[in-house]
Unconditional design. Sequence first.
Length: 103
Amino acid sequence: MERLIQKDLSEIFLLQTKQMHGVMVSVTNVKMSPDLGVSKAYLSIFPSQRGKEIMDNINMNKKSIRYELGTRIGKQIRRIPELTFFLDDSIDYLENIDQLLKH
């Protein structure tokens, strides 16, 4: 279930960010609640400077993203989970460590 949601959310974000040149949103991880009612999606955003702006936009459009997800996976699962999004800044953290090690 988590992999299915991760794959379909990735495709949705790929289609939505095509109009925003130079912006990429990838779904790095998805965690489901035990009752499968809530899905936590962790997003990596490039460029990271626009992370807050893009996360705000995603959170404002949660309902339409959930609807789009439902049209894709509605036949495979009984209930479309509520979506919560979190910024995954682990790539920025790794880049920072890499830069520190180079000096």
